[in-house]
Design a protein around this ligand. Structure first.
Ligand code: AMP
Ligand code: MG
Length: 411
């Protein structure tokens, strides 16, 4: 098993763990933020008929060739059509039909003029200009033509894609299934949120924090609660979870102390350890293992460490299991708002708040950096990566930060 590895090695190892992508058919709205597992080819033209993009009058362009401001042409209004209805009349010479936005262009008409450009009564309309044939008509299939590949397999489904699926009548769609995620907190000191905090105990905050990070990805995790640092407790819980979960995340017990049993638990379960400990602060005690196509992550119990290592190492794996391979945290150059003089030989992820002012990004760092400090994570939206032995950084320096938000990568 690899130990004390670099951040790059960690990411490389995890990238090699290609998950089995499961495909499932889901209700259109449940496909939001999923990856499309099929090509969507249109079986119809959109719009399905020539339609009017405005409220106005439809007529034959040849009838108004000579129309000018001073010498308008008067047409006889023979019908009016609202969106959703079709005129039964066929336009003849000298005639017009009043038409609303979205309505089908009547037979015989080849141009539409907005009604603000005309003068009209219920029976007549005066046209003051000569428009060309086809003007102001949205052609059938102009948006999407029948047989066209509209959305390709592998694309991420957002609100616009959902609109396209709806227009094509797709109530359900095939996507890569979201992984089933189980979260377990280990530590004799832990009590649940509704329990009394007796001497020596603390509340299990990690389970909820990590679950929320998982939920951000659109995945509903299952909380397995917490248990003692005892292999006899941990192993059966994880064994049961492995029957259904694709990814297991534990917090606590991943370090080198007597109670740090997670690595052993993963081994007893028959998992192959991928690595243990990464050269980064906070979060160096992290262990990853695989069992068949399932991944197991043992994160540090320190809240900031768990938070940051989740974002850096676990989140990409979760996204890969949803078919999202080409995504990374969004990097931005920003101006440091205060000095950062803490120097160490270790790589360090510093939690940060980045904001924009007058078109420029600025980053503010918290006073408390310890990995056990949870409160200084609040309000942070970014991470400042400080390579080992670099710095000190001065107020006003340009630094690079990663937003805790992902962006698609073009290759
Ligand atoms: P460990 O990784 O087990 O050595 O724990 C490191 C620190 O994180 C200790 O101070 C633990 O009490 C604390 N800790 C462990 N698990 C949790 C948890 N689920 N919620 C909050 N703090 C925790
Ligand atoms: Mg512990």
């Amino acid at each position: 098993m690899l130990t004390n590895i670099t951040i790059e090695q960690t990411k490389e190892i995890l990238e090699q763990e290609i998950p089995d992508l499961r495909i499932e058919e889901v209700y259109i709205l449940d496909s939001l933020d999923c990856v499309l597992a099929e090509d969507i080819i249109s079986d119809m033209n959109i719009p399905p008929f020539d339609r009017s993009p405005l409220d106005g009058y439809a007529y034959r362009s040849q009838d108004t060739k000579v129309a000018t401001k001073g010498l308008p042409v008067t047409l006889q209004v023979i019908d009016d059509i609202k969106a959703g209805y079709v005129s039964k009349k066929v336009l003849k010479e000298g005639q017009a039909i009043r038409i609303m936005t979205g309505a089908k262009v009547p037979e015989g008409a080849d141009v539409i003029i907005k009604y603000e450009a005309t003068e009209f009564t219920d029976y007549e309309v005066k046209i003051f200009e000569s428009l060309g044939s086809g003007d102001n008509i949205v052609k059938m299939g102009e948006d999407i033509s029948q047989g066209e590949l509209v959305l390709s397999k592998g694309s991420i489904i957002g609100p616009a894609e959902i609109g396209i699926l709806a227009t094509l009548g797709k109530k359900t769609v095939r996507v890569y299934a979201k992984p089933k995620v189980a979260i377990l907190a280990t530590g004799d000191e832990l009590v649940d949120i509704d329990q009394e905090v007796k001497d020596g105990k603390i509340r299990n905050s990690n389970s909820y924090m990590v679950a929320a990070q998982v939920k951000r990805l659109g995945i509903n995790p299952t909380l397995l609660g917490s248990c003692n640092d005892d292999l006899e407790e941990v192993v059966p819980i994880l064994e049961a979870a492995l029957k259904w979960a694709d990814i297991i995340i534990t917090t606590g017990g991943a370090s080198v102390g007597d109670a740090d049993i997670i690595k052993d638990a993963f081994k007893i379960l028959g998992a192959e350890l991928l690595f243990w400990k990464v050269k980064v602060k906070p979060g160096s005690p992290i262990v990853a293992a695989k069992l068949a196509n399932k991944l197991l992550f043992g994160l540090s119990g320190n809240p900031a460490a768990a938070y940051i290592t989740f974002e850096q190492f676990v989140r990409p794996s979760l996204m890969r299991t949803m078919g999202k391979t080409k995504v990374k945290l969004m990097e931005v150059n920003t101006v440091l708002e205060s000095d950062f003089s803490k120097k160490s030989s270790q790589n360090r992820y510093v939690r940060a708040f980045t904001y924009v002012k007058d078109g420029k990004y600025y980053t503010r760092l918290p006073d408390k950096h310890s990995s056990g400090v949870l409160s200084s994570l609040a309000g942070k939206n970014s991470i400042f990566f400080v390579p080992g032995s670099s710095g000190p950084y001065k107020k006003g320096d340009t630094i690079k930060i990663e937003f805790l938000d992902y962006i698609e990568v073009e290759e």
